[in-house]
Design a protein around this ligand. Structure first.
Ligand code: SF4
Ligand code: SF4
Length: 361
């Protein structure tokens, strides 16, 4: 019985070097009896109700996810789709980031509200950009498999989640390595394809499963809830209806595909650098672990030198005009609660602003 599921998320392009690394890792895993491998199209592009996400929701036990994404981005994409777990620790050292040396970093503790209904199993996300060779990844997977508990149920398609919360389908068992489902998962869909039998299969290793899905490239924000304080600045700022709140009044990306392709405006408005656009070229926006001071809002500069907020306003206006709406500049949805202040409990001014918001003045 496999102890660990390894998910390989393919690159968006058919770059031969990327594909070769992915396949070298998969080939090496064919000799690992404790590891079950699944190959999926690019994680970020998977449709919420598509075969790929349904398959991932059906995985029980510890998971390693290899993708061409920052681990923060991959983790919170999974969480939003109901594939939950604690952050797995890895011993792989990312290489030093030369391109990013000059970028000013901000030291700030994470004060977010956290994710809801997180089971005890570990999800360890590894960035395929860290190393060009398969060996470091395979060695780390072998180490993680040696520490993992045996899965109770093998991979299958899970019932769809509701608003990203899977608590009704997956009772949470804290501090155990796995989640026991209420019912057996349905029979795997025809789109789940096993690799052809190989020499390794006779070795007792499970076959590789390959998920086929027609997935166009997508563009939408991903919220990191270790940082998000639920301040709702993004909800106020976005004029495209991307954000909403769940039944617990917690911010969520409700209509991801309403987001304007290439626009990262609200990530500059978020006071916690909690909004990730995984495909953006700026590491601080794409999910790099360090907080970028360049993204910090300084309201005093709003009408002076360009800063993050001014850039965000310009980016939003470009997208409004592109869909035939008028530019609004800095007249709508400006950050008001968090900018320029330290974190802490809401003060009287915060409560006053909240009341004014509720009155829709
Ligand atoms: S602006 Fe940032 S911290 Fe505030 S609710 Fe949105 S994601 Fe969370
Ligand atoms: S990038 Fe623009 S359109 Fe997309 S969620 Fe943010 S503000 Fe809305």
């Amino acid at each position: 019985m496999p102890k660990l599921t390894v998910v390989v998320s393919q690159g968006q392009s058919a770059d031969p070097a990327k594909r070769a690394l992915e396949e070298a890792i998969v080939a090496a895993l064919l000799f690992e009896r404790d590891v079950e491998a699944v190959v999926i199209p690019h994680l970020y592009d998977l449709k919420p109700d598509g075969t790929g996400i349904l398959c991932l929701q059906g995985i029980r036990g510890d998971v390693v996810v290899l993708s061409w994404l920052y681990p923060r981005a991959a983790h919170w994409i999974l969480d939003r789709n109901g594939i939950k777990g604690r952050f797995g620790q890895t011993l792989i050292e990312p290489p030093p980031d030369d391109d990013d040396e000059d970028e000013e970093k901000e030291e700030k503790p994470d004060v977010g509200i956290g994710a809801r209904d997180v089971p005890g199993r570990a999800i360890t996300c590894l960035d395929l950009r860290w190393h060009k060779a398969a060996d470091p990844y395979v060695q780390e997977i072998t180490r993680l498999a040696s520490e993992a508990s045996v899965q109770t149920v093998s991979i299958g398609l899970a019932a769809p989640s509701v608003n990203g919360h899977t608590s009704q389908q997956q009772p949470v068992i804290p501090h155990s390595g796995f989640v026991i489902p209420n019912s057996e998962p349905p029979t795997p869909h025809a789109a789940l394809q096993d690799s052809p039998p190989s020499a390794a299969a006779s070795n007792g290793a499970p076959p590789v499963q390959r998920i086929e899905e027609d997935s166009a490239r997508r563009w939408y924000p991903v919220i990191d809830f270790t940082r998000c304080t639920n301040c709702m600045e993004c909800l106020d700022f976005c004029l495209f209806g991307v954000y909403g709140v769940d039944r617990f009044e917690t911010i969520l990306v409700q209509q991801p595909d309403n987001c304007r392709k290439g626009c990262p405006a609200c990530s500059r408005v978020c006071p916690e650098n909690a909004i990730i656009f995984p495909q953006h070229k700026t590491p601080g926006i794409a999910g790099a672990p360090e907080r970028s001071a360049a993204l910090k809002i300084d309201l005093s500069k709003l009408f002076g030198a360009p800063d993050a907020l001014q850039l965000a306003v310009q980016e939003r206006d470009v997208e409004l005009v592109a869909v035939g709406r008028g530019a609004v500049g800095a007249t709508v949805g400006m950050p008001k609660r968090q900018a320029g202040k330290d974190h802490g409990p809401k003060d009287e001014l915060d409560h006053l602003l909240d009341k004014l918001d509720e009155m829709h003045l």
